[in-house]
Structure formats: C-alpha cells, structure tokens
Design a protein around this ligand. Structure first.
Ligand SMILES: CC(C)(COP(=O)(O)OP(=O)(O)OC[C@H]1O[C@@H](n2cnc3c(N)ncnc32)[C@H](O)[C@@H]1OP(=O)(O)O)[C@@H](O)C(=O)NCCC(=O)NCCS
Length: 145
C-alpha cells in the first residue's frame, strides 16, 4: 500500500536521500529541512519507507511553486506524482500553481502536460547549464459548504 501524507520529523532522512539524487548530497539536507519546517512537504510512504516527496513554496510572486518532486525509481508510473499535485492544489493558498523542470527532462515535461499544466516561459542562465521550463496551472475556485 502507498500512503500519501504529511511528513513527520523522522521522515527527513528518507526525504533527503531521495532529494540527493536530484540536488546532490550537499543541498539535499538543508532543502528538506527548510521545507519541513515550513510544512511545505508531502510524502509518499510504502513498506515503512519514504518512496517520494513533493516540496513546494507559497512565497513565489504570491503564487504556489513546486520546488521539487521526486518519486523513487521502482515506484514510478503508479500515480504518486499525480496524487502529490492533487494534494498541493487542495492546499494551495493561491489559485495559481507553478512548477518547473529542466528542458532535457522528457518524463517530467510529459508529466506536467498529463497533469494539466501549460507552458509558462523559461529561465536561462542558470548554473545547471540547460533551460528551466516553467509550467502553470490555474486551480478552479474551491466551493465551501
Ligand atoms: C517526474 C516524476 C516525479 C513522475 O512521478 P510518477 O509518480 O512516476 O508520475 P505519475 O505516475 O503520477 O504519472 C502521472 C502521468 O505523468 C505522465 N508520465 C509520468 N512519467 C512519465 C514518463 N516517464 N514518460 C511519459 N509520461 C510520463 C503519464 O501521463 C502519467 O500518467 P500514466 O502513468 O497514467 O500514463 C518521476 O519520474 C521522478 O521522480 N523523476 C525524477 C525526478 C524529477 O525529474 N522530478 C521532476 C523535476 S523537479
């Protein structure tokens, strides 16, 4: 069973290990710590292990911005990222959700399209050496009661 839930402090190491595969060891720990402290992290657990997380921020041009999403290789294509984005959309204080990926990341670009994101520009001149593509999705207004 895969559980999508809010993180506990004890999940930090498992998240950092996954984050390191994308950000490198050095940035992973502080990255997870800061998102955990701000409660801007959602995790996936299976067999008592962290198999994915989504980290986001809400201070990006007054919009929600997904900072990083990683799913462990053996748990991909099971809908975990789809559930993560659904969760962010449900808690986003802004109706505008942005997300991004490197222009060389075909899987992530496909995922964004599949999840209903539209292209919204790009960032050049980053140290990563390739373009970062931005994606945007407008969340329909929530109905209360
Ligand atoms: C990108 C990533 C987060 C997707 O996570 P995931 O849990 O496998 O994604 P989902 O199973 O929720 O996929 C949702 C939809 O996105 C699309 N998609 C996801 N991965 C895809 C791939 N490798 N190729 C084509 N389409 C893909 C599909 O349409 C999929 O729906 P389907 O499986 O019903 O066809 C995962 O591949 C990953 O962790 N990659 C490494 C880190 C990374 O690149 N992060 C994104 C940049 S920050």
């Amino acid at each position: 069973m895969i559980e999508i839930r809010l993180p506990r402090t004890t999940d930090a190491a498992g998240c950092a290990e996954l984050a390191a595969t994308v950000t490198g060891e050095e940035r992973a720990g502080p990255f997870i710590k800061s998102h955990l402290e701000r409660h801007h992290l959602i995790v996936a657990e299976a067999n008592k292990e962290i198999v994915g997380f989504l980290a986001y921020r809400t201070d990006w041009f007054q919009c929600t911005f997904v900072s990083l999403v990683v799913v462990r290789e053996d748990f991909r294509r099971k809908g975990i990222a789809r559930e993560f984005y659904k969760s962010v959309e449900a808690v986003s204080p802004s109706p505008r959700v942005f997300s991004s990926t490197e222009e060389t990341n075909a899987a992530s670009i496909r995922m964004h399209t599949a999840l209903g994101f539209q292209p919204s520009g790009h960032v050049d001149n980053l140290p990563q050496g390739v373009r970062e593509l931005l994606f945007y999705k407008r969340i329909p207004p929530r109905s209360f009661g």
